[in-house]
Design a protein around this ligand. Structure first.
Ligand code: HEM
Length: 174
């Protein structure tokens, strides 16, 4: 009998950030006659609503400041386009900075300008969740848009707008 799962995958845990960003926004882009979504840099769609941003070992770093508990970096670059080019939203290279039970998620400069600062997109609460052997799982709730994030969405969403809950799955490290 084969030890491979029935779907033919290797059965490895997909380490990374699992997030649907904002379902109603994605539905809005899908409704647009010229709406487009594209996925780059290793991100993987899981079902209709969720994206996997793979954990980025190269840039995951230890705490950057005394009050920071963890910094988790992810790869992946998601772009939404529409309205004849007037709408462009890029969510790339998410980075989660954890301080106790609070965290923020920042993204690369949406216009990919060299040396531009990262943009804080959402804040969230993080709690540990049930994890398979060899992994740690964190559940992000109360995910809310920041002021800078509001600008990215053309101020249609106000700061504090709820975004989708997320999960982070990482290797268990000593
Ligand atoms: C030609 C320019 C635009 C037009 C005509 C337009 C039109 C609309 C309309 C009619 C809605 C509400 C109806 C619906 O949900 O389908 C909407 C919602 C929205 N628009 Fe635009 N829009 C434009 C540009 C933009 C731009 C540049 C952004 C920047 C990201 C943007 C972001 C949004 C967002 C976030 C929503 C709310 C989606 C939701 O969560 O329901 N729009 N827009």
């Amino acid at each position: 009998m084969s030890e491979q799962p029935a779907d033919g995958s290797t059965g490895e845990i997909p380490f990374g950030l699992l997030w649907g960003i904002k379902r109603s926004f994605i539905a809005y882009v899908r409704r647009m006659p010229d709406g487009q979504g594209s996925i780059h840099d290793g991100a993987v769609p899981l079902g209709d609503d969720t994206l996997l941003f793979p954990a980025d070992d190269a840039t995951a770093s230890a705490a950057a400041a005394p009050d920071v508990d963890h910094v988790w970096a992810f790869r992946g670059d998601i772009r939404f386009k529409g309205h004849g080019g007037m709408l462009f939203v890029r969510v790339a290279a998410p980075l989660i900075t954890v301080r106790g039970e609070e965290a923020d998620l920042s993204i690369e400069d949406p216009y990919a300008r060299a040396d531009a600062a990262r943009v804080p997109l959402v804040t969230l609460r993080l709690q540990p969740g049930p994890a398979p052997e060899g992994a740690q799982v964190w559940l992000g709730s109360d995910v809310r848009l920041t002021e800078a994030g509001s600008v990215l969405f053309n101020d249609v969403y106000q700061p504090g707008e709820p975004f989708e809950q997320l999960s982070v799955v990482l290797p268990l490290r000593g």
